[in-house]
Design a protein around this ligand. Structure first.
Ligand code: AMP
Length: 283
């Protein structure tokens, strides 16, 4: 497995790979490290479907707001490289911040509407940071296919829309949410949770399942589904809910009645840790 920390080095690796296999498909799996089974599932999908897999590890400062967890975000690089090797990644790009952002960088990528709702409403500028770093990583690696997790539902929608709007020649794949055996969605931020907080956090999964069960039992009115959502979440007062909603799966627009693909999304704070989760509502 090759390891690169500079843009010039990873570009050399990619150039070499393109010369070796001009028709080969190059995959990118962007991550912030602290890798877990969710990340590994993306690498495994990339390994199955592509010829050359590049994983990137970069805790992107522009997607954190002041006061968020940028400084304490876990950075276990040695273990992360081992996880990439075990997933048969071909190359890892793990640049330092100044390699990605010159001190006088002033160009950002931002979308108009999608970042104003849900996650974007609670984390201003978050998606500008995401769209910018993903564009940069796409320009650096020039992948054919990019792998993202359904866990960050709004993020993968935004990246799909950005690729379409800017004609970026990258196919976006979204992989299912990987969960702990008890249902908690895997997240690099789970390490922040105390034992008590961790068991409180399970209410997110229980609430999503309650919505899904009610939908499958025939309820299609979102107001009713959102009532169930809120009712289950309220059973756990340590969990401070930012939003718990049912939306159109491709636009995240509000719905009165579910007629096509829909998704239930939740974000909540458990102690100092903010968690997100979602479930597609399929019958
Ligand atoms: P992060 O390191 O948190 O930026 O995540 C990197 C990628 O891994 C994103 O596309 C996430 O959506 C994806 N991811 C994170 N957690 C999970 C999970 N539990 N299951 C599937 N994908 C995930």
């Amino acid at each position: 497995m090759q390891q690169c920390t500079t843009v010039a080095d990873i570009r050399d690796v990619i150039r070499h790979q393109r010369r070796q296999a001009a028709d080969g498909r190059i995959a990118i799996v962007p991550t912030m490290g602290a890798l877990h089974d969710g990340h590994v599932s993306l690498m495994e999908a990339a390994r199955r479907e592509c010829d050359f897999v590049v994983a990137t590890i970069f805790v992107n400062p522009t997607q954190f707001a002041p006061g968020e967890d940028l400084d304490r975000y876990p950075r276990p690089l040695t273990a992360d490289l081992e996880a990439c090797r075990a997933a048969r990644v071909d190359a890892v790009f793990h640049p330092a911040v100044d390699e990605m952002y010159p001190a006088d960088a002033e160009t950002f990528v931002s979308l108009e509407q999608l970042p104003t709702i849900l996650e974007g409403a609670h984390r201003p500028d978050h998606f500008r940071g995401v769209a910018t770093v993903v564009t940069k990583l796409f320009n650096i690696v020039q992948p054919d296919v990019a792998y993202f997790g359904q866990k960050d539902y709004q993020q993968q929608l935004l990246i799909r829309r950005m690729c379409r709007d800017l004609d970026l020649p990258v196919e976006v794949r979204t992989c299912p949410i990987v969960r702990e055996p008890d249902g908690l969605a895997r997240s690099s931020r789970n390490v922040y949770l105390s034992a008590e907080e961790r068991s409180a956090a399970l209410v997110l999964y229980r609430a999503l399942q309650a919505v899904l069960d009610r939908f499958r039992a025939g309820e299609a009115r979102t107001s009713r589904l959102e009532e169930s959502f809120a009712r289950v979440l309220a059973t756990c007062p340590q969990v401070d809910v930012d939003y718990a909603v049912v939306r159109d799966a491709s636009s995240l627009a509000e719905l009165e009645q579910i007629e096509g693909p829909a998704v239930a999304l939740v974000a909540a704070r458990v102690g100092r840790t903010r968690l997100i989760d979602n479930e597609l509502l399929t019958r």
